[in-house]
Every structure is written in C-alpha cells, then in structure tokens.
Design a protein around this ligand. Structure first.
Ligand code: NCD
Length: 338
C-alpha cells in the first residue's frame, strides 16, 4: 500500500496494481486502479470516451469493435448504475455479455472465486468485470487469468473504483475543460470510499490545483497531507470558492462501531444545502456517484438543482466503460471506423 488513505482504512490489504495493469508496451491490459497511471493514459481514456459518446445518438446504438468477444460481469456486491452501464457498454460495443447472478451461482455452493473464473475461462471468456467486497479482489483475479483475458475492477472493498473515477473526470472535463485551475472538494465518508481514493489519484495526475476533503474527524483518513489533499471538518470553510463539489454516501456497510452521532446531526453539519453551496463559486458543479441518500448527505433541492451534473455522470458511465473495455482488449477506436 502506497498511500496513507489506504493504510488509514482498517485491514485494507490491497496490492499495488500499477504494474500489473499495463502490458510490455505500456498499454492497458487490465483496469484495476487509477493510481500510477500516466496523465497521457488518463487523457487518452477521456478522448476515447468522447469518441464513443456519439454512439448514443445513433439510431442503432452500436459499434462492431468487440464483436465476437465474451464479457462476464461478476458482481459479488449490489449495484444499479455500475452494473447496468457496464452491461450497456458491452452491448454497444457488440460484445456478448453475461451477467452472472451470484445469488443463484455455484458460489453459493462453496465454489472458490478462482474455480468460478477457471470455469468461465473454459467457456472462452475474454473479460471479467469484477465487483467484490474484498479490497484487492480484482487484482487477485487479474494475477491468475489467462494471458488474453482482461479484468476490470468495478469496485473492490474500500480500495478502488477506477471506472467511476474516470467517468467523473470525463464529466468534470466536459464542463470545466481544464483541470489546472480547479479547486475540488470531496465531502462525506472519505475514510470508507473507494470512489474518493480513485478520484484523488486521478485528479492529482490530471493536475487539479487543489483537492480538499471535508468530513467529521472520524471519517477522514489519518494523514491526508500524505495523499496531497487538505482536510476540513467545517463544510462552509472547506467549500469556499471551489469549482467542483463531489458528495459521497455514508458507507454504513463498511463502518465498524459508532462513527457518527446521528444522521440528522450529520446532515446539519455535512449535508449539502443551497445555502451552504452558495459559498462555492457561482458556476460550481455538484457531483455524486450514487446512490444518493436525500436528506442525509444532500438536500433534494441541490440534487435536482441547476448545479447538479449527477445524471450526466450516469450517462457518461456508458461511454467511459466502453472506452475502458475497448482499450483493455487492445481495440483503440482511433485506428478503426466507428
Ligand atoms: C459507489 C460504490 O459502489 O462504490 N457507487 C457506484 O458505484 N455508483 C458509491 C457508493 O456506493 O456509495
């Protein structure tokens, strides 16, 4: 583990994936973390995302890039947006996609995750999209698959959620164009958030001017400065003059012990309202990876208000995942007619 935010999270043993995910030519083979990827590579992902965005406007929303490829979505944790947009992304690339229902799979009969993978490889799967409650799960699978098989991390424990971070970077770039002048505030349960971790790595690599994290002390990483972010426990102070506000859900399923007095007190101090948002820049954008808990982390008026780009993020999730799937399978669309 290379960053303090990771070591701050309890019993987090996620390995360093930065080398495993590139092939000998420096191209993406797996997509496991934003940590350690170059600015050029992150920018290329956003450029390819841009080129795939127009597929949604076509009468037939498909390109033939991954025709004949088999993609298996393996979600060991619940998901609405991530799973659906991975499914749609694979279909828009003309791949054959299987959504394995873990609740009805042999995993419930005691089969190990590696045996499940070996069996799916025997059916000629080309890619696994993995969501798992254990940090490091996608890395573990990536280090065991056959040489032609790619693995995409769709969220592993508290560790990383790199495709979410990339759809967030793409959304920020769509609205704000340039990262170098941006002040970004990430608000909420930073400690347990794989989304925050992946966003911070990507924002730093893309050259954001300032990254702030805002949370109660109990939900902050122990040494935020080691991560290159500044920490605030006062929302109004932290949000002052920022260009981008990213809200996070309280990850109750990952909390051990009482880290918060009550949800209403949390909302009073850290819930985003129009009044508090007025301290940010007038053209601030408000983001959230979903699912939103209205009245806990943010007011409905902000979630549905003029600064919100939350549904734009969801739309961008499809083209972003198309880009990452195509690139990890070695299909760069710039060399092909779309
Ligand atoms: C996030 C996740 O699962 O990590 N959601 C998502 O992928 N859209 C954040 C969350 O669950 O709060």
């Amino acid at each position: 583990m290379s960053s303090s935010i990771q070591s701050a999270s309890t019993s987090l043993k996620a390995p360093d994936s930065s080398q495993l995910q590139l092939n000998s030519q420096g191209q993406l083979r797996h997509f496991l973390t934003t940590e350690g990827l170059s600015k050029a590579l992150l920018t290329d992902i956003m450029d390819v995302t841009e080129s795939f965005s127009s597929v949604a406007d076509k009468a037939i929303k498909k390109v033939p890039l991954l025709r004949g490829k088999t993609i298996v979505n393996l979600f060991f944790e619940n998901s609405t947006r991530t799973r659906t947009t991975f499914d749609l992304a694979a279909k828009r690339l003309s791949a054959d996609v299987i959504n394995l229902n873990i609740a009805t799979s042999a995993a419930t009969k005691g089969e190990s995750i590696l045996d499940t993978i070996r069996n799916l490889e025997a059916m000629q799967a080309d890619m696994f999209v993995i969501r798992h409650a254990a940090s490091g799960a996608a890395h573990f699978i990536a280090s065991h698959v056959a040489p032609h098989v790619s693995v995409i991390n769709a969220g592993d424990g508290q560790h990383a959620h790199p495709t979410q971070a990339m759809l967030d970077m793409f959304t920020i770039r769509q609205v704000k164009k340039d990262f170098s002048q941006l002040k970004v505030a990430i608000i909420g349960d930073i400690l347990h958030s794989r989304v925050a971790r992946s966003q911070i790595h990507a924002l730093k690599t893309l050259g954001a001017k300032e990254i702030r994290v805002i949370a109660p002390n109990t939900l902050l990483p122990s040494t935020p400065s080691a991560l290159g972010v500044s920490a605030y426990t006062d929302l109004v102070e932290g949000i002052n003059d920022v260009d981008v506000v990213i809200m996070l859900r309280l990850q109750r399923e990952r909390m051990s012990g009482a880290l918060l007095p009550s949800e209403s007190e949390y909302f009073n101090c850290f819930g985003l309202t129009e009044k508090k948002l007025a301290h940010a820049k007038t053209d601030v954008i408000v983001m959230h990876p979903g699912p939103i808990n209205r009245g806990i982390e943010m007011d409905a008026a902000v979630a549905d208000g003029p600064h919100s780009v939350i549904l734009q993020q969801v739309t961008n999730g499809i083209a972003t995942r198309m880009a990452i799937m195509a690139l990890t399978l070695g299909q760069h669309p710039s060399s092909k007619a779309l």
